[in-house]
Write a protein that binds this ligand. Structure first.
Ligand SMILES: O=P(O)(O)OC[C@H]1O[C@](O)(CO)[C@@H](O)[C@@H]1O
Length: 446
């Protein structure tokens, strides 16, 4: 069985094998701690065994709910923020046609997103479009109390009920939340919505393989069974493989070896625009897991070759505190051959007869070598092709490596206390009941 592959060769002129292998025993110990639930934040490690624990009955329930929505709606609005939408968006964009929105014969509803910002224009324009469309809502919030999705849901629920009536709206709304706590649970029970549970021991950013990710992915028409199979294969592979061949342990060890050498920024790069939102999902995963106690590698991302014409200059010659991890797709889905042109004014006839992907691959290799020459260590993650199985492998690989890497840093990779600071200021400024003291204090600062 072929797996996704990690190569760290192009980091070895910056860190030695010994510096990476220094983390060998420690990283193995951390992997065991994740599987046994004995490390920091162990009440949130339910995601570790998730791929092997999901039952066929659970997947069937998710698929049937998706099918019911597919019959009723042209658009499904997924309402959620952070881990409550990034995984679904990442997978849906990675697997969809680039121009999905324009494919009129698409038999699957278009999945749109809301509740991931508080932009009045975004919400206005979304509601304007939805007024003339058969739509449904999948509202996702683990805590059930997050302001952004709650606000969007209040508006879209009203719009839907006005458009199709309360009874039909009930059939088109699915809520994914905590089993018993939070405002969304109370509301969903009161209104009688179909609900799915986010397990207590799975945090938002590790929840893509629960109904949080799986339902919107199934609605978009992708194969959730294959996605879970991919994740399960990576679960088994990373659990059973020696450090030397274990992509998750090597990734965690190499990035920590580079961090110890002053490389404090990791840029995740791709050469396929479908992967843009995989990087957005990865940024939350690593940013919230590691960025604490004044520590952590800052996760950034670029889409190439596009950003070689914007960020390329900095990566090549700016401050030397960065390293780059490239996600590369070995085989494209389609074939486009470059034609011969009799006038050859663009001087591109030397490429005639070659595939566009060959040009892309040479751009990738050329960039990697240039960046290494410029002082940027490079890691490469290769997927044989872009499909459900390998995306499943990639998601689990990043998750398990993140847990190990966080433990190497000696932080709790499963909490995010820093996120509360903006919330409490926002509530104080908006004079939320219960925040009277904070309101008084913050107003004195303005
Ligand atoms: O699902 P919830 O509880 O609405 O939270 C959404 C997001 O907010 C955070 O709690 C803080 O940003 C994230 O960890 C989480 O993914």
């Amino acid at each position: 069985m072929e797996h996704i592959k990690l190569s760290v060769d192009k980091t070895l002129s910056f860190v030695s094998r010994e510096e990476i292998f220094k983390f060998k025993e420690e990283s193995k110990k951390h992997l065991t701690a994740l599987h046994e639930g004995t490390g920091k934040g162990n009440d949130y490690t339910g995601w570790v065994e998730l791929p092997s624990q999901i039952t066929a009955a659970e997947l069937k329930d998710i698929q049937e709910t998706a099918n019911n929505l597919k019959e009723r709606v042209e658009v499904l609005v997924v309402i959620g923020i952070g881990g409550s939408y990034l995984g679904a968006k990442a997978v849906n964009d990675a697997l969809a046609n680039n121009f999905d929105m324009l494919q009129a014969d698409n038999e699957n509803p278009l999945v749109l997103y809301a509740g991931q910002n508080i932009s009045e224009d975004y919400l206005y324009e979304l509601m304007e479009i939805l007024e003339n469309i058969e739509f449904g809502i999948c509202v996702i919030s683990k805590s059930g109390t997050t302001t952004e999705p709650a606000l969007a849901f209040r508006l879209l629920k009203e719009l839907l009920e006005e458009g199709v009536g309360k009874e039909e709206a009930k059939e088109r709304i699915v809520a994914i939340t905590d089993e018993s706590k939070g405002a969304l649970r109370t509301l969903a029970d009161q209104e009688g919505y179909k609900t799915f549970i986010i397990p207590d021991n799975v945090g938002g950013r590790y929840s893509v393989l629960t109904p949080v990710g799986l339902l919107p992915i199934a609605v978009a028409g992708h194969d959730i069974t294959k996605l879970v199979e991919g994740a399960k294969s990576m679960q088994e592979y990373t659990f059973a493989t020696n450090f030397e061949e274990n992509p998750a342990l090597l990734y965690a060890a190499t990035r920590n070896a580079l961090y110890a050498k002053g490389k404090g920024i990791e840029i995740l790069a791709n050469y396929n625009p479908k992967l843009h939102n995989i990087a957005e999902w990865w940024k939350q995963l690593y940013g919230e897991s590691e960025g604490k106690e004044l520590k952590g590698i800052f996760p950034a991302s670029v889409d190439l070759t596009s950003d070689l014409h914007s960020m390329g200059q900095y990566i090549q010659e700016g401050q030397r505190n960065i390293f780059e991890t490239v996600i590369s797709i070995a085989k494209t889905k389609h074939k486009v051959v470059i034609p011969e042109d009799k006038d050859n004014l663009d001087k591109l006839n030397f490429l005639a007869g070659k595939r566009v992907d060959e040009v892309n691959k040479m751009a990738e290799l050329g960039t990697q070598l240039a960046h290494v020459d410029g002082g940027v260590p490079n890691l490469k993650i290769e997927l044989p092709e872009l499909n459900e199985f390998y995306i499943g492998e990639l998601l689990y690989f990043f998750e398990i490596a993140c847990g190990v890497s966080g433990y190497i840093l000696n932080v709790n990779p499963f909490d995010q206390p820093g996120v509360e600071a903006y919330k409490s200021n926002m509530f104080a400024l908006l004079e939320k009941p219960g925040f009277e003291e904070e309101t008084k204090k913050i107003k004195e600062r303005l």
